[in-house]
Design a protein around this ligand. Structure first.
Ligand code: DON
Length: 566
């Protein structure tokens, strides 16, 4: 399947899901079932109700928000295989009750025999689908090491207790919802290409069917008993390597044994009096978010007017410079010197907007000059009454990742290698381009857009938020934040409000269906913008705190997730 077709299919599936959720045109203000408010003890918001319930049950048994988020993440690997995973990777950002601000990078790495031009033919052209479909598309998975590390370092409960929910769900099965049935049926043909995938997902599904995953239960049990060795060594590792050999993949036993997640310092910004704590490289998400907020910090957005052409004009021009710099300067900091200080400084942000004028679009944008100093993801937000705020985004990259299930081990592998710049200027499945900073190298982590965020106000919890959405993760999180801070919207409206996106190249505004009025579209066209309507636009999962510390959780109307609390 070509990237274009893959993208189309992804959007088509999302559209079917959106339509099946019965939205009205102006329905973005109406949802309430994915809403949990006024609860003081703990909240978990995730893409699946069963998984959110797991997290809350863990907290009811005395666990903290870290225990809860790890249990929820493992449960998502069972009940939300579109993106929940043990064969992928992700990032976690947390503000802990003792005041520590921490982040963990469990992004996949390129296998040790990967090389820069591995997806190009002898003429230097990209070989279609090689970085997205099948075994060669997978990076070395990071989720298991990351989740276990997070639990051990910041959690309070035993691994076996936290993982028991996921083991049981896989062993005894669960009733699948309409979203999963429809997604599985859409990809049935592709699952048929791989023996392990066909065994589990290669049939027709209906809402309410019981999905039992015995092999996955066994793998989860091995992890629960042996820790990281239950995945990166022994039976599971051997099965991954056999699967690789079956389909021309290159992940080796050594690659698995050598995988380690990384504790990194979160990066921080300030926006209109609020503190932003988010993920640094190798995700571009946090840097781009802070960069965008730095640009918008000096504007009165409310005065411009939500959805007005001047507001969209400003957002689009801000997004363009940020995504241009993303393509040039962002990559794995262990391989490339990312000019972080400039990228998240207010001065650099102001400099990049110096030639911006309302009523104009800048065609001449290129990446800035920096003086170098030295089709699915899922987000979980969790908070407890002790003040632990945890934000975790994890992915297989595309929906169901590479679509390859490791035979006998029952889990899907990622196709995260496509997040590298496989060739300078060549768009990935999200249309994002890159260069040297994000070129493939053995052991390197591919650039991400995942943007797990925690925000504080005057030292008190304010917001836990994040989203899937490929390149639109950053702009989905951004607009949710400014809708709350600048437009004073309650959390549900802030998340549900229609969004726009511009990523520099391709050079057009992507506007969500019904996001812009006809008049505004005409004004933007007069300025010189091309506008394309898109259906898929992130699925934000958020928790907000009022000044008395009362928590409200909300799961984006665009998905079928759930905020659960007690
Ligand atoms: O790390 C990234 O930025 C991508 N692999 C995320 C993919 C994604 O969000 C797809 N979901 N809608």
């Amino acid at each position: 399947m070509t990237k274009g077709k893959r993208y189309f299919k992804y959007f088509f599936t999302v559209l079917i899901v959106i339509l099946s959720l019965n939205f009205t045109d102006s329905g973005y203000k109406k949802q309430s079932s994915n809403f949990a408010s006024g609860f003081m003890s703990g909240v978990v918001v995730s893409a699946n109700e069963i998984a959110s319930e797991v997290g809350v049950d863990i907290m009811k048994r005395g666990g903290n928000a870290v225990d809860a988020i790890v249990g929820t993440a493992f449960a998502l690997a069972v009940v939300y295989p579109q993106a929940g995973n043990i064969g992928g990777g992700g990032f976690m950002v947390a503000k802990l009750s003792d005041g520590r601000e921490v982040s963990v990078d469990f992004r996949e790495t390129a296998p040790s025999t990967a090389y820069r031009d591995m997806y190009l033919d002898s003429n230097g052209n990209v070989i279609p689908d090689l970085s997205t479909d099948g075994h060669l598309a997978s990076g070395v998975p990071g989720s298991v090491d990351g989740l276990l590390h997070i639990l051990e370092k910041y959690g309070t409960m035993k691994r076996a207790d936290v993982m028991s929910y996921a083991v049981n769900l896989a062993e005894n099965g669960f009733s699948i919802n309409a979203e999963l049935a429809s997604a599985l049926n859409s990809y049935g043909g592709e699952f048929g290409n791989y023996a392990g995938s066909k065994e589990i997902f290669g049939r027709k599904f209906s809402e309410g069917d019981l999905l039992v995953q015995k092999d996955l239960a066994n793998t989860l049990r091995l992890i629960s008993e042996k820790g990281r060795d239950g995945f990166y060594a022994g039976e599971t590792a051997d099965r991954i390597v056999v699967e690789m050999k079956r389909g021309g993949g290159i992940i080796s036993n050594e690659d698995l044994a050598n995988y380690r997640c990384v504790d990194r310092n979160p990066i921080k910004g300030k926006y209109k009096g609020y503190d932003v704590i988010t993920m640094g490289s190798p995700s571009s998400g946090g840097m781009c978010l802070i960069y965008l907020l730095n640009i918008l910090d000096s504007y009165d957005l409310k005065f411009l007017g939500f959805g007005s052409s001047r507001y969209i004009n400003l957002l689009a021009e801000a997004m363009k410079v940020v995504y241009a710099d993303r393509s040039e300067y962002m990559g794995d900091p262990d391989f490339y010197k990312v000019p972080l200080k400039d990228l998240i400084s207010k001065e650099y942000a102001a400099e990049r907007m110096r030639n911006f004028e309302f009523g104009k679009t800048r065609r001449e944008i290129t990446p800035g000059k920096i003086n170098r100093e030295s089709s699915q993801t899922t987000h979980i937000s969790a908070a407890d009454s002790k003040g632990n705020l945890v934000s975790l985004t994890t992915t297989l990259n595309d929906i169901f990742g590479s679509r390859v299930v490791v035979q006998g081990a029952g889990f899907l592998l990622n196709n995260e290698m496509d997040d590298f710049s496989v060739k300078p200027g060549e768009p990935n499945i999200f249309g994002l381009i890159g260069n040297e900073a994000n070129a493939i190298a053995p052991g390197k982590r591919m650039l991400s857009s995942m943007t797990p965020v925690v925000m504080m106000k005057d030292g008190k919890p304010f917001l836990v938020i994040g989203s899937p959405g490929g390149g639109k993760i950053i702009t989905s999180v951004l607009q949710s934040i400014i809708n709350i801070i600048d437009f004073g919207m309650p959390l549900n409206e802030a998340i549900d409000a229609p969004r726009i996106h511009h990523q520099w190249l391709p050079d057009y505004i992507q506007a969500e269906r019904n996001s812009l009025s006809e008049g505004v579209i005409d004004e933007l066209k007069t300025i010189g913008y091309e506008i394309k309507t898109v259906n898929s636009f992130g699925r934000v999962e958020g928790i907000i705190f009022d000044t008395d510390g009362v928590m409200t959780g909300y799961s984006d109307r665009r998905g079928s997730g759930k905020a659960v609390s007690f």
